[in-house]
Design a protein around this ligand. Structure first.
Ligand SMILES: Nc1ncnc2c1ncn2[C@@H]1O[C@H](COP(=O)(O)OP(=O)(O)OP(=O)(O)O)[C@@H](O)[C@H]1O
Ligand SMILES: [Mg+2]
Length: 249
């Protein structure tokens, strides 16, 4: 089975807000897929629907072949939420070991935690309580918690916000290594230079998929030099399309 995620015609409302409007998306296994879009585009809503934490009003979501929500599949997924969901009173190591156990890690929890701590460069803060960490350190701890149980699909909601440039580069190098091991990464971002590092991108706006492809395909199709310009071009085309809907007679 080639796809990690198959999303078909998903709609989601929050009262009057139509957050996802018939969004369909297929994500192949073993790649890094970027979800790009402005504030309120629907990125977080889409990620939570992929995890089965939110249910769509209509449409179908399959992850690793199973229709979500599915508890057995949830253990094979890792999630780094946009706002870190850590236990403030526990130390960095305790948080990471907790998520390793809850995630059903097969193997040595302590060793897996050591590796995750080293990866996010928090070895000298492993015994600090989370409430004593800086914002960027919390972000790094949150990433370690998401990947410590060695998930097959990692969903990272703006993982590098607040992370310094050097560590950001290390994160992306690690994401690439995970891909080589067959792990699928789904990363939301507004940062277009990060988008360049993704194998494929989905431009999302107003709960719709504006365009989809590799960064170079998207630039070429839009006829622009940069991804920012390509995004604006696709957004303008979509807005023009909705003003003058194509009616077949
Ligand atoms: N729990 C909720 N209750 C009500 N409205 C919500 C809720 N969650 C999201 N929304 C609305 O759904 C829309 C999409 O929000 P979402 O958080 O998915 O956007 P986003 O692309 O992740 O934005 P950001 O870049 O700011 O994180 C927004 O209009 C938001 O106000
Ligand atoms: Mg969001």
């Amino acid at each position: 089975m080639a796809y990690a995620v198959e999303i078909t015609d998903v709609h989601k409302h929050f009262k009057a807000v139509h957050a996802l409007r018939g969004l369909s998306l297929h994500i192949e296994r073993g790649i890094t897929y970027g979800l790009l879009g402005p504030n309120g585009a629907g990125k977080t809503t889409l990620i939570r629907i992929m995890l089965g934490l939110l249910s769509p009003d209509s449409g179908e979501v399959r992850v690793l072949g199973a229709r979500m929500p599915d508890k057995a599949v949830l253990r094979r997924l890792g999630y780094m939420p946009q706002q870190a969901a850590l236990y403030d009173d526990l130390t960095v190591r305790q948080n990471i070991e907790f998520f390793a156990i809850v995630g059903g890690l097969n193997g040595d929890v302590r060793r897996a935690a050591d590796e995750a701590i080293a990866l996010v460069d928090l070895s000298d803060r492993a015994r600090s309580r989370v409430r004593e960490l800086s914002g960027g350190m919390k972000q790094r701890c949150s990433l370690a918690c998401a990947l410590v149980h060695q998930p097959e699909v990692l969903l990272l909601d703006e993982p590098t916000v607040g992370v310094d440039p050097q560590l950001r580069v290390q994160f992306w190098q690690h994401f690439r290594r995970l891909n080589e091991q067959g792990v699928t990464l789904i990363v939301s971002s507004h940062v277009m230079d990060e988008a360049e590092r993704c194998d494929r991108l989905g431009f999302i706006r107003g709960g719709r998929l504006l365009a989809e492809g590799t960064a170079s395909e998207l630039r070429r199709r839009a006829g622009t030099a940069t991804l920012e310009e390509a995004f604006l071009q696709f957004a303008e085309e979509a807005a023009a399309g909705s003003q003058f809907p194509v009616v077949s007679l």
